[in-house]
Design a protein around this ligand. Structure first.
Ligand code: SF4
Length: 376
Protein backbone atom coordinates (compact mmCIF):
# COMPACT_ATOMS: atom_id res chain seq x y z
CA UNK A 1 0.00 0.00 0.00
CA UNK A 2 1.26 3.46 -0.85
CA UNK A 3 1.50 5.86 2.08
CA UNK A 4 -0.83 8.83 1.78
CA UNK A 5 0.60 12.32 1.29
CA UNK A 6 -1.76 15.32 1.03
CA UNK A 7 -1.32 17.86 -1.76
CA UNK A 8 -2.38 20.74 0.47
CA UNK A 9 -3.47 21.35 4.05
CA UNK A 10 -6.06 23.86 5.23
CA UNK A 11 -6.10 24.73 8.92
CA UNK A 12 -8.94 26.51 10.68
CA UNK A 13 -7.74 29.24 13.02
CA UNK A 14 -9.50 27.54 15.95
CA UNK A 15 -7.17 24.54 15.88
CA UNK A 16 -3.94 26.02 14.63
CA UNK A 17 -2.36 25.92 18.10
CA UNK A 18 -3.44 22.35 18.89
CA UNK A 19 -0.44 20.09 19.39
CA UNK A 20 -2.10 17.64 17.03
CA UNK A 21 -2.18 20.26 14.24
CA UNK A 22 1.45 21.20 14.78
CA UNK A 23 2.51 17.54 14.59
CA UNK A 24 0.79 17.12 11.23
CA UNK A 25 2.29 20.30 9.78
CA UNK A 26 5.75 19.26 10.92
CA UNK A 27 5.37 15.93 9.17
CA UNK A 28 4.87 17.63 5.81
CA UNK A 29 7.17 20.65 5.68
CA UNK A 30 7.00 20.78 1.88
CA UNK A 31 3.20 20.49 1.56
CA UNK A 32 1.60 23.95 1.13
CA UNK A 33 -0.78 24.95 3.91
CA UNK A 34 -2.96 27.90 4.69
CA UNK A 35 -4.58 29.02 7.92
CA UNK A 36 -8.11 30.34 7.42
CA UNK A 37 -10.69 31.85 9.72
CA UNK A 38 -13.09 29.04 8.95
CA UNK A 39 -12.87 27.12 5.71
CA UNK A 40 -16.20 27.43 3.87
CA UNK A 41 -15.67 24.73 1.29
CA UNK A 42 -19.37 24.58 0.52
CA UNK A 43 -19.32 28.14 -0.78
CA UNK A 44 -16.52 27.95 -3.25
CA UNK A 45 -15.65 24.40 -4.17
CA UNK A 46 -18.60 22.09 -3.73
CA UNK A 47 -21.19 21.07 -6.23
CA UNK A 48 -24.71 20.09 -5.15
CA UNK A 49 -24.60 17.00 -7.33
CA UNK A 50 -22.18 14.51 -5.74
CA UNK A 51 -21.73 12.81 -9.12
CA UNK A 52 -20.03 15.97 -10.36
CA UNK A 53 -18.15 16.63 -7.17
CA UNK A 54 -14.34 16.57 -7.22
CA UNK A 55 -14.22 13.44 -5.09
CA UNK A 56 -10.68 12.55 -6.05
CA UNK A 57 -9.49 16.05 -5.23
CA UNK A 58 -11.17 15.79 -1.83
CA UNK A 59 -9.03 12.80 -1.00
CA UNK A 60 -5.88 14.90 -1.48
CA UNK A 61 -6.71 17.99 0.60
CA UNK A 62 -6.61 17.80 4.39
CA UNK A 63 -8.79 20.21 6.29
CA UNK A 64 -8.00 20.42 10.01
CA UNK A 65 -10.97 21.85 11.83
CA UNK A 66 -12.58 22.31 15.20
CA UNK A 67 -15.57 20.04 15.62
CA UNK A 68 -18.10 21.89 17.78
CA UNK A 69 -20.86 19.29 18.13
CA UNK A 70 -21.29 15.88 19.70
CA UNK A 71 -19.05 13.51 17.81
CA UNK A 72 -19.90 10.43 19.90
CA UNK A 73 -23.27 8.98 18.80
CA UNK A 74 -25.24 5.80 18.18
CA UNK A 75 -24.40 4.24 14.81
CA UNK A 76 -26.56 5.93 12.18
CA UNK A 77 -26.60 2.86 9.94
CA UNK A 78 -29.67 1.34 11.53
CA UNK A 79 -32.47 -0.02 9.37
CA UNK A 80 -36.07 -0.10 10.59
CA UNK A 81 -36.90 -3.63 11.75
CA UNK A 82 -33.33 -4.93 11.41
CA UNK A 83 -31.55 -6.51 14.36
CA UNK A 84 -29.12 -3.79 15.38
CA UNK A 85 -25.95 -4.25 17.43
CA UNK A 86 -26.16 -0.98 19.46
CA UNK A 87 -22.87 0.31 18.21
CA UNK A 88 -21.51 3.82 18.84
CA UNK A 89 -19.32 5.87 16.55
CA UNK A 90 -16.84 8.72 16.91
CA UNK A 91 -16.02 10.93 13.95
CA UNK A 92 -12.41 12.00 13.85
CA UNK A 93 -12.03 11.89 10.07
CA UNK A 94 -14.51 12.34 7.22
CA UNK A 95 -13.47 10.99 3.81
CA UNK A 96 -11.01 8.27 2.94
CA UNK A 97 -7.91 8.03 0.74
CA UNK A 98 -8.81 4.50 -0.41
CA UNK A 99 -11.04 3.78 -3.41
CA UNK A 100 -13.60 1.02 -3.00
CA UNK A 101 -16.03 1.12 -5.90
CA UNK A 102 -19.02 0.49 -3.64
CA UNK A 103 -18.08 3.12 -1.04
CA UNK A 104 -21.22 4.84 0.23
CA UNK A 105 -19.24 7.96 1.18
CA UNK A 106 -19.18 8.89 -2.52
CA UNK A 107 -22.91 9.54 -2.37
CA UNK A 108 -23.07 11.78 0.66
CA UNK A 109 -19.68 13.29 1.44
CA UNK A 110 -20.08 16.02 -1.12
CA UNK A 111 -17.08 18.12 -0.17
CA UNK A 112 -13.71 18.52 -1.82
CA UNK A 113 -11.64 17.92 1.32
CA UNK A 114 -10.78 15.26 3.84
CA UNK A 115 -11.85 16.67 7.19
CA UNK A 116 -9.93 15.94 10.35
CA UNK A 117 -11.42 16.98 13.69
CA UNK A 118 -8.32 18.27 15.37
CA UNK A 119 -9.81 18.81 18.85
CA UNK A 120 -9.23 15.14 19.59
CA UNK A 121 -8.90 15.48 23.36
CA UNK A 122 -12.14 17.40 23.65
CA UNK A 123 -13.96 14.72 21.66
CA UNK A 124 -12.50 12.02 23.89
CA UNK A 125 -13.84 13.89 26.92
CA UNK A 126 -17.34 13.63 25.40
CA UNK A 127 -16.81 9.88 25.19
CA UNK A 128 -15.64 9.63 28.79
CA UNK A 129 -18.63 11.57 30.09
CA UNK A 130 -21.19 9.48 28.18
CA UNK A 131 -19.61 6.11 28.88
CA UNK A 132 -19.16 6.73 32.60
CA UNK A 133 -22.77 7.91 32.89
CA UNK A 134 -23.90 4.32 32.20
CA UNK A 135 -21.41 2.19 34.12
CA UNK A 136 -23.61 -0.92 33.89
CA UNK A 137 -23.27 -1.30 30.12
CA UNK A 138 -20.34 -2.08 27.84
CA UNK A 139 -20.06 0.38 24.96
CA UNK A 140 -18.61 -0.77 21.65
CA UNK A 141 -17.29 2.23 19.82
CA UNK A 142 -15.95 2.48 16.27
CA UNK A 143 -14.17 5.21 14.34
CA UNK A 144 -14.65 3.72 10.88
CA UNK A 145 -18.04 5.19 10.01
CA UNK A 146 -16.98 8.07 7.76
CA UNK A 147 -13.47 6.93 6.94
CA UNK A 148 -11.12 3.99 7.27
CA UNK A 149 -9.86 3.94 10.89
CA UNK A 150 -6.21 3.41 9.98
CA UNK A 151 -5.66 4.48 6.36
CA UNK A 152 -4.49 7.96 7.44
CA UNK A 153 -3.18 7.02 10.85
CA UNK A 154 0.55 6.80 10.03
CA UNK A 155 0.15 10.47 9.12
CA UNK A 156 -2.39 11.61 11.72
CA UNK A 157 -1.43 9.37 14.63
CA UNK A 158 -4.85 9.88 16.20
CA UNK A 159 -4.88 6.40 17.64
CA UNK A 160 -1.76 7.13 19.65
CA UNK A 161 -4.19 9.17 21.81
CA UNK A 162 -7.34 7.11 21.39
CA UNK A 163 -6.07 3.59 22.14
CA UNK A 164 -4.51 4.42 25.55
CA UNK A 165 -7.63 6.49 26.38
CA UNK A 166 -9.89 3.46 25.85
CA UNK A 167 -7.38 1.29 27.71
CA UNK A 168 -8.31 3.19 30.87
CA UNK A 169 -12.10 3.23 30.41
CA UNK A 170 -13.73 0.49 32.48
CA UNK A 171 -16.78 -0.13 30.28
CA UNK A 172 -15.94 0.55 26.63
CA UNK A 173 -14.23 -1.24 23.76
CA UNK A 174 -12.75 0.59 20.81
CA UNK A 175 -12.96 -0.94 17.35
CA UNK A 176 -10.65 0.28 14.59
CA UNK A 177 -11.97 -0.90 11.23
CA UNK A 178 -9.65 -0.90 8.24
CA UNK A 179 -8.70 -2.19 4.81
CA UNK A 180 -5.10 -1.07 5.30
CA UNK A 181 -2.14 -2.86 6.84
CA UNK A 182 -0.90 0.13 8.82
CA UNK A 183 -0.43 -1.43 12.21
CA UNK A 184 3.27 -1.00 13.01
CA UNK A 185 2.62 2.16 15.02
CA UNK A 186 -0.01 0.38 17.14
CA UNK A 187 2.04 -2.57 18.29
CA UNK A 188 3.63 -0.99 21.36
CA UNK A 189 0.71 1.17 22.52
CA UNK A 190 -0.80 0.45 25.98
CA UNK A 191 -4.13 -0.92 24.69
CA UNK A 192 -4.89 -2.90 27.87
CA UNK A 193 -6.89 -5.40 25.83
CA UNK A 194 -9.63 -2.80 25.16
CA UNK A 195 -9.07 -2.24 21.44
CA UNK A 196 -10.24 -4.55 18.69
CA UNK A 197 -8.54 -4.07 15.33
CA UNK A 198 -10.87 -5.27 12.62
CA UNK A 199 -10.56 -5.83 8.90
CA UNK A 200 -13.23 -5.61 6.24
CA UNK A 201 -12.43 -8.52 3.98
CA UNK A 202 -13.50 -9.93 0.66
CA UNK A 203 -12.11 -12.67 -1.59
CA UNK A 204 -8.89 -11.70 -3.42
CA UNK A 205 -10.84 -11.44 -6.69
CA UNK A 206 -13.09 -8.70 -5.27
CA UNK A 207 -10.16 -6.94 -3.59
CA UNK A 208 -8.37 -6.81 -6.95
CA UNK A 209 -11.37 -5.60 -8.95
CA UNK A 210 -13.36 -3.43 -6.54
CA UNK A 211 -11.13 -2.29 -3.65
CA UNK A 212 -8.45 -0.02 -5.11
CA UNK A 213 -5.55 1.44 -3.13
CA UNK A 214 -6.34 -0.89 -0.21
CA UNK A 215 -3.98 -3.50 1.23
CA UNK A 216 -4.29 -6.81 -0.61
CA UNK A 217 -6.01 -9.62 1.29
CA UNK A 218 -2.75 -11.35 2.24
CA UNK A 219 -1.37 -8.05 3.56
CA UNK A 220 -4.46 -7.47 5.69
CA UNK A 221 -4.27 -10.98 7.10
CA UNK A 222 -0.59 -10.69 7.88
CA UNK A 223 -1.32 -7.41 9.70
CA UNK A 224 -4.17 -9.11 11.58
CA UNK A 225 -1.81 -11.84 12.74
CA UNK A 226 0.76 -9.31 13.89
CA UNK A 227 -1.67 -7.24 15.97
CA UNK A 228 -3.04 -10.44 17.49
CA UNK A 229 0.51 -11.27 18.58
CA UNK A 230 0.70 -7.83 20.19
CA UNK A 231 -2.29 -8.77 22.38
CA UNK A 232 -5.02 -6.97 20.47
CA UNK A 233 -8.29 -8.70 19.71
CA UNK A 234 -8.97 -9.02 15.98
CA UNK A 235 -12.35 -8.95 14.22
CA UNK A 236 -13.43 -9.46 10.63
CA UNK A 237 -16.29 -8.00 8.65
CA UNK A 238 -17.10 -10.07 5.59
CA UNK A 239 -18.96 -7.11 4.21
CA UNK A 240 -20.10 -6.14 1.66
CA UNK A 241 -20.42 -9.63 0.22
CA UNK A 242 -20.66 -9.42 -3.56
CA UNK A 243 -22.55 -11.96 -5.62
CA UNK A 244 -20.11 -12.67 -8.45
CA UNK A 245 -19.36 -15.71 -10.61
CA UNK A 246 -17.47 -18.04 -8.30
CA UNK A 247 -18.67 -16.35 -5.08
CA UNK A 248 -19.29 -19.63 -3.27
CA UNK A 249 -15.73 -20.91 -3.73
CA UNK A 250 -14.37 -17.40 -3.13
CA UNK A 251 -16.09 -16.84 0.20
CA UNK A 252 -15.48 -20.40 1.39
CA UNK A 253 -11.78 -19.98 0.73
CA UNK A 254 -11.88 -16.57 2.42
CA UNK A 255 -13.16 -18.12 5.65
CA UNK A 256 -10.36 -20.71 5.50
CA UNK A 257 -7.81 -17.94 5.00
CA UNK A 258 -9.13 -15.91 7.97
CA UNK A 259 -9.03 -18.82 10.35
CA UNK A 260 -5.61 -19.93 9.13
CA UNK A 261 -4.25 -16.40 9.60
CA UNK A 262 -5.49 -15.65 13.12
CA UNK A 263 -6.10 -18.22 15.88
CA UNK A 264 -9.87 -18.29 16.57
CA UNK A 265 -9.32 -17.51 20.25
CA UNK A 266 -7.92 -14.14 19.19
CA UNK A 267 -10.99 -13.29 17.09
CA UNK A 268 -13.54 -11.18 18.96
CA UNK A 269 -16.29 -11.39 16.35
CA UNK A 270 -17.04 -11.84 12.65
CA UNK A 271 -19.92 -10.02 10.97
CA UNK A 272 -21.54 -10.73 7.63
CA UNK A 273 -23.32 -8.26 5.39
CA UNK A 274 -24.12 -8.03 1.71
CA UNK A 275 -23.87 -5.18 -0.79
CA UNK A 276 -26.39 -2.41 -0.16
CA UNK A 277 -26.52 1.02 -1.70
CA UNK A 278 -28.68 4.07 -2.07
CA UNK A 279 -29.91 4.45 -5.66
CA UNK A 280 -27.99 7.65 -6.36
CA UNK A 281 -24.68 5.84 -5.78
CA UNK A 282 -25.12 3.89 -9.03
CA UNK A 283 -24.50 6.74 -11.45
CA UNK A 284 -21.55 8.00 -9.37
CA UNK A 285 -19.89 4.58 -9.45
CA UNK A 286 -20.61 4.14 -13.14
CA UNK A 287 -18.86 7.41 -13.90
CA UNK A 288 -15.90 6.95 -11.52
CA UNK A 289 -15.39 3.20 -12.01
CA UNK A 290 -16.82 2.22 -15.40
CA UNK A 291 -15.33 -1.30 -15.18
CA UNK A 292 -16.90 -2.10 -11.84
CA UNK A 293 -19.22 -5.12 -11.87
CA UNK A 294 -20.89 -4.58 -8.51
CA UNK A 295 -24.28 -3.72 -10.01
CA UNK A 296 -24.57 -6.99 -11.92
CA UNK A 297 -27.36 -9.10 -10.50
CA UNK A 298 -30.90 -8.48 -9.39
CA UNK A 299 -31.52 -5.89 -6.65
CA UNK A 300 -34.61 -4.93 -4.75
CA UNK A 301 -35.36 -1.72 -2.87
CA UNK A 302 -35.87 -2.15 0.88
CA UNK A 303 -38.05 -0.13 3.23
CA UNK A 304 -34.97 1.92 4.12
CA UNK A 305 -34.61 2.96 0.47
CA UNK A 306 -31.43 0.91 -0.01
CA UNK A 307 -30.97 -1.55 -2.84
CA UNK A 308 -30.05 -5.12 -1.86
CA UNK A 309 -29.78 -8.53 -3.50
CA UNK A 310 -32.97 -10.58 -3.38
CA UNK A 311 -33.56 -12.12 0.01
CA UNK A 312 -33.00 -15.68 -1.21
CA UNK A 313 -29.62 -14.67 -2.69
CA UNK A 314 -28.50 -13.00 0.54
CA UNK A 315 -29.66 -15.93 2.60
CA UNK A 316 -27.76 -18.38 0.45
CA UNK A 317 -24.57 -16.33 0.74
CA UNK A 318 -24.82 -15.97 4.53
CA UNK A 319 -25.69 -19.63 4.92
CA UNK A 320 -22.62 -20.81 3.01
CA UNK A 321 -20.27 -18.57 4.99
CA UNK A 322 -21.88 -19.21 8.36
CA UNK A 323 -21.76 -22.98 7.80
CA UNK A 324 -18.03 -22.80 7.05
CA UNK A 325 -17.39 -20.57 10.07
CA UNK A 326 -19.28 -22.94 12.31
CA UNK A 327 -17.16 -25.80 11.08
CA UNK A 328 -13.78 -24.08 11.42
CA UNK A 329 -14.33 -21.75 14.37
CA UNK A 330 -17.53 -22.63 16.26
CA UNK A 331 -16.50 -20.58 19.30
CA UNK A 332 -16.33 -17.26 17.42
CA UNK A 333 -19.32 -14.91 17.77
CA UNK A 334 -20.92 -14.13 14.41
CA UNK A 335 -23.72 -11.75 13.49
CA UNK A 336 -25.45 -10.21 10.50
CA UNK A 337 -25.31 -6.53 9.73
CA UNK A 338 -28.57 -4.72 8.86
CA UNK A 339 -30.72 -7.78 8.33
CA UNK A 340 -34.19 -8.52 9.64
CA UNK A 341 -35.25 -11.52 11.77
CA UNK A 342 -36.45 -13.77 8.88
CA UNK A 343 -32.98 -13.67 7.31
CA UNK A 344 -31.33 -14.42 10.65
CA UNK A 345 -33.67 -17.33 11.26
CA UNK A 346 -32.74 -18.99 7.99
CA UNK A 347 -28.99 -18.47 8.23
CA UNK A 348 -27.67 -18.02 11.76
CA UNK A 349 -27.53 -20.41 14.73
CA UNK A 350 -30.06 -18.30 16.62
CA UNK A 351 -31.94 -15.05 16.47
CA UNK A 352 -31.29 -12.61 19.34
CA UNK A 353 -34.61 -11.61 20.89
CA UNK A 354 -33.80 -7.89 20.53
CA UNK A 355 -31.01 -5.38 19.93
CA UNK A 356 -29.89 -5.52 23.55
CA UNK A 357 -29.41 -9.26 23.40
CA UNK A 358 -27.29 -8.98 20.26
CA UNK A 359 -25.25 -6.26 21.94
CA UNK A 360 -24.75 -8.55 24.93
CA UNK A 361 -23.88 -11.53 22.74
CA UNK A 362 -21.13 -9.61 20.96
CA UNK A 363 -19.82 -8.16 24.23
CA UNK A 364 -19.78 -11.63 25.78
CA UNK A 365 -17.92 -13.01 22.77
CA UNK A 366 -15.31 -10.33 23.32
CA UNK A 367 -15.07 -10.97 27.06
CA UNK A 368 -14.83 -14.75 26.66
CA UNK A 369 -12.05 -14.38 24.15
CA UNK A 370 -10.38 -11.93 26.50
CA UNK A 371 -10.46 -14.43 29.34
CA UNK A 372 -9.03 -17.08 27.01
CA UNK A 373 -6.31 -14.62 26.02
CA UNK A 374 -5.73 -13.64 29.70
CA UNK A 375 -4.82 -10.03 29.12
CA UNK A 376 -7.81 -7.98 30.16
S1 SF4 B 1 -12.11 1.76 2.94
FE1 SF4 B 1 -14.21 2.17 3.54
S2 SF4 B 1 -14.36 4.40 3.64
FE2 SF4 B 1 -12.51 3.92 2.46
S3 SF4 B 1 -13.13 3.91 0.31
FE3 SF4 B 1 -13.30 1.80 1.07
S4 SF4 B 1 -15.45 1.59 1.75
FE4 SF4 B 1 -15.00 3.80 1.58
Amino acid sequence: MLLYTPERIIVDQAVCREQFTQEILQKFPSVPYEVVESYAWHRDESHPDPAKNPLSKGKKTLHLKYFPGISFKPCPGTTEGAVCCNYFTIDFVENCPLECTYCILQAFLNKPVTTVHANVNEILEQVRERVLSQPQRLFRVGTGEHSDSLALDPLLNINKHVIPFFGKLPNAILELKTKSNYIDHLLDLPHNGKTVVSWSVNPSYIVAHEEFKTARLNERLEAAYRVSQAGYRVAFHIDPMIHYDGWEAGYTELVEQLIAAVPPEKIAWISLGSLRYIPKLKSIVESRFPKSRIFLGEFIKGEDGKMRYLKKVRQRMYYVVQRKLKKLAPQVTTYLCMEKPPVWQRTMPRLPKDDDELDLLIARGFQQQSVAGCDV
